[in-house]
Design a protein around this ligand. Structure first.
Ligand SMILES: *Cc1c(COP(=O)(O)O)cnc(C)c1O
Length: 432
């Protein structure tokens, strides 16, 4: 972004021009945008709950109709047959995370899947009894890992290694994590790290972390809640052991939609890999012979437990199809970089004393989200957040002092960014 923007009016003019020039702007029309008949709201919370695609309702109603007309036969008859839908969703999800369709399974929800992956991949043996996480891991991840240690009779106070940023720093460097892996190499069984840190928006260098973990004989998994549908991922080639993500954030599959797992081919093809089993993980051809013996297929589908929830899964294909219409994540990332450069430029020019951008400013270390620390004499950050919310600008607040704002390239515009900065500017002034 070379042009300088001076006034809020000029910023808006420039934003409208950028929207006209960008062929991906029209993807917004595929979504239902909250707001009033007079004006759309500025929705920058796709990192929490992505917006509803226009086509989703019809897919949900189709399951209702199939249930009405076909009853139990809907499992095998109909377009799609319920038996086929989970694999169809996995097939479409796989390219978004750089996996083969055999490495992806859609099931349960993120935290449940983390537990299933820990059951398969946390195999304490000899000296190797510890798990490494980062200090600001999402609470659910911290709780899942700690409770899993306890389940094995291991005290988290001793067996959970928590790596934080250097004193006075907001961000953890890759070398802090790799140094910790090296220092604890002989006692670590597993590392669980985020792909994108939910609070700071920082992207972790997954290939380097994975390679380092493997050189030290440590299994590594990633929580991709804020990465899937946001940044480009190459899980297979990076050689990641496993990953879990939810689909209601950047993937727009709806509130509480089923989650997904990646299990690397090296593990997924091993039908004897330890796991918690259930009948839906049994290979499909003989599943209904109802034998007690468990024979999974040599794919990630072999980690399923139960008959999948079709009403919840009905939202997933239409949401994933939009990523195909966009040409995949690469053009979306490029648009997101242009949007974030414009966003940073406006914030730096117009609010240099009030906003500190926590998210790192390098092309590979940030995704859609900018985490903004608010500094305003006489007003709390929380108050500023409340003021912009009451003006139809949706972001989310994270204690103690951060507004997370995520322009999503699928449906947010440059105009949204200019409106956000204008509204924030108004809300920071004393008379508001
Ligand atoms: C959103 C999020 C979750 C949510 O977990 P659920 O089991 O889907 O409720 C977990 N981890 C991270 C990092 C998240 O951002």
């Amino acid at each position: 972004m070379t042009e300088t923007t001076h006034s809020p009016q000029q910023a808006m003019t420039r934003a409208l021009q950028l929207d006209r020039d960008d062929p991906l702007t029209s993807l917004r029309n595929r979504f239902l945008i909250p707001g009033t008949p007079a004006a759309d709201d500025v929705y920058f919370v796709g990192n929490s709950l992505g917006l509803q695609p226009r086509s989703t309702r019809e897919h949900v109603m189709q399951v209702m109709d199939q249930w009405h007309h076909a009853g139990v036969h809907g499992h095998f008859d109909g377009e799609p047959a319920w038996m086929d839908l989970p694999q169809m969703i996995s097939d479409r999800m796989a390219p978004l995370v750089g996996a083969s369709p055999q490495e992806v399974v859609v099931m349960n929800t993120l935290t449940v899947n983390l537990h299933l992956m820990l059951a398969s991949f946390f195999r304490p043996h000899g000296q190797r009894t510890k798990i490494l996480i980062e200090e600001h891991a999402f609470p659910s991840d911290h709780q899942a890992v700690a409770s899993f240690l306890q389940l094995h009779g291991l005290d988290p106070a001793e067996h959970l290694i928590v790596v934080g940023p250097a004193p006075g720093e907001a961000l953890i460097s890759v070398s802090q994590l790799t140094d910790a892996m090296t220092a604890h190499a002989s006692e670590l069984a597993l590392c669980l790290l985020p792909g994108v840190q939910y609070y700071t928006g920082q992207v972790f260098d997954m290939p380097t972390l994975t390679e380092t973990a493997h050189r030290r004989g440590i299994v590594i998994g990633f929580d991709l809640a804020h990465a899937a549908g946001n940044i480009e991922l190459d899980l297979h080639d990076w050689n990641v052991d496993f990953a879990c993500w939810c689909t209601y954030k950047y993937l727009n599959c709806g509130p509480g939609a089923p989650g997904a797992c990646f299990i690397h081919e090296r593990h997924a093809t091993n039908i004897h890999h330890p796991r918690l089993a259930g009948w839906w993980g049994h290979e499909r051809g003989s599943r209904f012979q109802m034998a007690a013996e468990f024979v999974p297929p040599p794919t990630a589908q072999g980690w399923q437990l139960s008959n999948p929830p079709m009403l919840a899964m009905a939202t997933m294909l239409p949401a994933l199809e939009i990523f195909e219409a966009a040409g995949g994540l690469k053009p979306l990332r490029e648009r997101s970089r242009r949007q974030n450069a414009f966003f940073r430029q406006l914030l730096t020019e117009q609010l240099p004393d009030h906003v500190h951008i926590v998210t790192p400013d390098t092309p590979l270390a940030g995704g859609c989200q900018l985490s903004l620390e608010i500094q305003c004499e006489g007003t709390s950050g929380r108050e500023v957040f409340d003021r912009i919310s009451s003006r139809g600008v949706h972001t989310d607040w994270r204690e103690p002092n951060v507004i997370r704002a995520a322009p999503v390239p699928l449906y947010n515009t440059f105009e949204d960014i200019a409106r956000f900065v204008a509204t924030l500017t108004e809300s920071l002034s004393a008379d508001n």
